[in-house]
Design a protein around this ligand. Sequence first.
Ligand code: ATP
Ligand code: MG
Length: 237
Amino acid sequence: MKPEPILELRHVDVAHGKTPVLMDICLEVGRGEIVTLIGANGAGKSTLLMALFGLPRVSRGEILLDGQEITRMATHRIARLGLAQVPEGRRIFPGMTVLENLVMGAADSAGDGKVLERIHTLFPILRERAGQRAGTLSGGEQQMLAIGRALMSKPRVLLLDEPSLGLAPLMIRRIFQALREIVDEGTTLFLVEQNANQALRLADRGYVLVNGRILLEGRGKALLANPEVRRAYLGGH
Ligand SMILES: Nc1ncnc2c1ncn2[C@@H]1O[C@H](COP(=O)(O)OP(=O)(O)OP(=O)(O)O)[C@@H](O)[C@H]1O
Ligand SMILES: [Mg+2]
């Protein structure tokens, strides 16, 4: 049985200007689940994550967070309700220190020592390098920092846009291991990825986005074994 949804999209359409990008997206993320949306370059994955925060605007359909409609809510209100995003390309502040980057992620004045402690336990490198400029971190460490920064707001649902992009396999494994721990501690995860193999291994359930439409959905393992998915996203073997 699926857990009760904490994030739900009902027949959502999104356009960039006049160009339709997402069509009739129906998707559910259950409380405590890891759900992934996989899709090729340009399928509309980042657009979908950004639309959850109200930009670009949803032209049809509804988005619900824990049963409450957030479709046309202001971005800061949505964030306050418990949604946080790790954006594509990390977007850390390279000239600021590691610690300053983390503190930037804390909602309002909620610079809660416990959350920082939890992030430092999850990614010890962020403690070791606390006073160092963030731009000097490796790509994988910057990804850890971006995840840590998003966790500072104590989100109920964490959204991640291609966290594995450009990282070596060992680093991807470490980051995905940390994502598993984050979920075990009670956060729900929705991640979009081109790296279908890793994402479907981690996820409870997955959706396949092709040209702005959901083509398939299923258990992570079932999608991994699906010949169509294997052919299109896993190099056909
Ligand atoms: N700001 C924008 N204005 C107009 N069109 C855009 C904008 N951003 C994205 N698009 C278009 O929307 C479509 C979906 O783009 P999107 O970035 O959501 O894809 P993606 O699945 O995240 O791709 P990638 O895997 O390369 O990150 C593409 O055709 C893209 O060219
Ligand atoms: Mg993208």
